[in-house]
Every structure is written in C-alpha cells, then in structure tokens.
Design a protein around this ligand. Sequence first.
Ligand code: 13P
Length: 334
Amino acid sequence: MDLDQLAQTAAAMTQPSKGILAADESTGTIKKRFDAIGVESTPDNRRDYRELLFRSTEAMQNHISGVILYDETIRQTAKDGTPLVKLIEQTGAIPGIKVDLGAKPLPFCPGETITEGLDGLRERLTEYSDLGARFAKWRAVIDIGEGIPTWTAVKANAHALARYAALCQEQSVVPIVEPEVLMDGAHDINRCATVTEFVLKAVFQELYEQRVVLEGMVLKPNMVIAGKKSPQQASVDEVAEKTLKVLKRCVPSAVPGIAFLSGGQSDEEATAHLDAMNRIGGVPWRLTFSYGRALQAAPQRAWSGKPENVEAAQRAFAHRARMNGLASMGQWTS
Ligand code: 13P
C-alpha cells in the first residue's frame, strides 16, 4: 500500500470545481436509460454514448476529476481504436471502476439486500489496476420502510464495504465507499437523517475494524432528504443543514472528501443542494459530486442515439458539469 499515492488520488478526485462522473451503469441499468430515449442497448451504442461524454473536452478538462467505469467500458476502445481509458486520461481525469457485483436479496431479511462481489476481488483489482483504474466503487443499498433497515442488513453491508475498501487500499486503489440510503419511500427527512446516521456510524466502525486508512478513501453518501413519495418535501436549506449535521456526527475529519450521489433528485435539485452545503461550509472535508443521473439525464435526452445530436449532447453535459463544478465551490446561481 502506497499511502502517499492514495492520499494524492483522493485529493485529486475531490479537488475544487471538479467532481466525479458516475458512468458505471451496469448493462441492465444502461438498458433502462437507453429504453427511455428509444436507443437499443448494444455494445457499440454504449461505446458511442460513453465516448461522446469522454470527448466532451470542456466538461472533462474543467469539471470532471474522475470517471467511474463499468467492466465492459474499461475494456472498450473508441471508434478510432483509442482505449476509452486513454481518452479519459488525456483530459486529465482519473479512470475508476465499479467493482461490486450488485445488491442481492439478503436471506431472512425481506425487502433488504446485501451487495456481493468480495470473492476474487483481489485478483480483479489487480487486473483493473493494470487497465488504468486508480480508484474503485462499491455501492451498498439501504432501503427505508416499515421495520427496515434492520441491524442485520446494515451491519452486513457495512462489513462488506470495509472489506472491499481494505482490499482496494492494499493495491493503492482509492476506495469510494458508497452506502446509499434510498430516497424511494414515503418517509420524511427526519427519518432519512436517523437512518443515514445509523448507517454511517456502522460503516465507520467497520472501516476502523478492517484497518482502512481514512486519509486514502472517498465517501459517497446520499444527501439527507425526504422520500420521493413523501408529501412533506424539505427545502433546499433544510436538506443542506440536515445533511451536514449528520455528516459532522459521523465522518472523521481524516476523510479528505465526500462526493455525493444524486439518487434520483432532479438535475437542478442535486446542484442546488450541493451548492447550499458548500455555502454553509465550515466542514473539514471537500464536498463535491459523484453524479450519475444528475449529470447524464440531459445529455442522454439530447443525444437520443443520433450521431447528428452528439454536439448538442456534449453541450448539455458540459452545462451540468459546469453547474455542479460551481456548486462544489458554493458559487452556483440558478
Ligand atoms: P446517481 O447519481 O444516479 O445516484 O448515481 C450515482 C451512482 O454511482 C450510484 O451508485
């Protein structure tokens, strides 16, 4: 493990005015996104789409610090034969890789999941590192509902996250530790705060027990937010205040950076919330974005699978990247 390298990569991933592009949709998830815009999900179409993102020079050079890739993408080449990883590196962004194998039903815990993928992970990390990945991602999924989450599910997922993070650091790959509390339910913001605090406390205890070096990781949490189906939606300021309150209670200041997921928020909400948190400030970590949907929904709509729309899609991506880059410094205005 090279601690200096880990700390340097983590700092670069969360540097001011930049954030992470989560382009690591599994084959199943990208199919859903493509279905929504009427595009067939073939390897070539997936390549063309991701290539257009990585060739968005303005967005990539100025506002994207790193890109999370999926197994297929890290092995793909652009139309002209250049490896996609090289395209990303040429913009100054860092390639990363999703290494979890997805959330599967957790036995005896109805409605809850455990994220799988620890078996053989050391060998897979070696290969990904050889392919150019300098950071990795593992997502644990915690749902809020009646009687859930259970301690059983929270503990099991926190443990898997910590085991994953230790395996990454062993190979000087920065782990993005992503415990996502879903915003799918009808719960209010206070319930999200309670559950998020419970989950983060468990995650940091497990990270400690697995000897993960906090200086060499990035946390990717959900924001503290009301469930989508809740009639009581919180204001931007309330989301920002409650998210920071929970993070301050749970995240040691040794962690260099926090890169939020967007989780189904609208593009503009995701930007406004990040901006509001950075305006409040006074926290020991860099606060930035690691958005999938909130960066890609607009370019996907603009592209719709048509080569003549590539430039419009790149402009749409550049706009969202610029807005979120400003929000990462508390300088965004609507
Ligand atoms: P969203 O921003 O769409 O939530 O995706 C981020 C991510 O990487 C989820 O694992």
